[in-house]
Write a protein that binds this ligand. Structure first.
Ligand code: MG
Length: 252
């Protein structure tokens, strides 16, 4: 069942989204050669606490980090720790916060001095796919219109979408109905309604779509160990448009 948020609940989702976006953007500024993912996690904990929120990830099914930090061939769910960021890395950060009972969920992929044009294009295609997916998240559309728009952008670019992990409804819980695959034909699934809140998150691989989970039980890597990019926004379905709740504000 897809939970429709009241206008009051949407206001609270906006507040959570703003916090998640600010934390994401502040962390992105700290990404540099020599910084460890554990240091980013520490900083995330400070920022989230200062905002009067808590991490939605920490302790989720035992996840040990406040954020996910996924480098290069790691698609999602990288555990922050001693890993040191180096020149040429592709760094995906996923931030989830709970504020006054509502979740904001967002991710970005940052390039650290990357010069390979194909890697630059990978991230730009993931961002375009997210943008196109969000453009379909309007009242009256079908859920799979989002999925199809994402897949179209990625396939046209010659990259592949991960199939094992998907976007999701979000609200009082981080994972609500519906699941939002990043692939599939258009015009299927439930009709979108004003007040639905969705975490749309394309995971785009440079090579094959296949992924595997490492022995730590969390880290998801590409099977061919080629790089992957992950971007995510929490959005609200409105009449004629989607509102991005985790947009960059610029202000801190
Ligand atoms: Mg998510």
């Amino acid at each position: 069942m897809i939970i429709i948020k009241t206008p009051e609940e949407l206001e609270r989702m906006r507040a959570s989204g703003r916090i998640a976006a600010r934390v994401r953007d502040e962390l992105a500024k700290k990404i540099a050669p020599g910084v460890t993912t554990g240091e980013l996690d520490e900083y995330a904990r400070e920022l989230i606490a200062a905002a009067g929120a808590r991490s939605a990830f920490l302790g989720y099914r035992g996840f040990p980090g406040a954020i996910c930090a996924s480098l290069n061939n790691v698609v999602v769910h990288g555990i922050p720790g001693r890993q040191r960021i180096a020149l040429g890395d592709v760094v995906s950060l996923d931030v989830g916060v709970v504020h006054e009972g509502f979740v904001g969920d967002t991710a970005t992929t940052v390039l650290v001095g990357v010069t390979d044009p194909n890697v630059v294009r990978l991230v730009s295609v993931a961002e375009q796919a997210l943008e196109q997916g969000i453009a379909e998240a309007v009242a009256g559309a079908r859920l799979s219109d989002i999925s199809h728009a994402i897949e179209r952008v990625v396939v046209q670019a010659g990259f592949s979408v991960v199939r094992e992990f998907v976007g999701h409804g979000v609200g009082r819980s981080m994972h609500e109905d519906p699941q939002i695959p990043n692939y599939g034909p258009p015009g299927r699934g439930p009709k979108l309604k004003v007040g639905m809140t969705l975490a749309i998150e394309p995971m785009v691989n440079m090579g094959v779509a296949d992924v595997e989970v490492l022995a730590d039980g969390w880290t998801v890597t590409t099977k061919d160990r080629l790089p992957s990019a992950h971007v995510e926004h929490t959005v609200a379905v409105l009449e004629g448009r989607a509102e991005i709740l985790t947009k960059s504000s610029g202000a801190v």
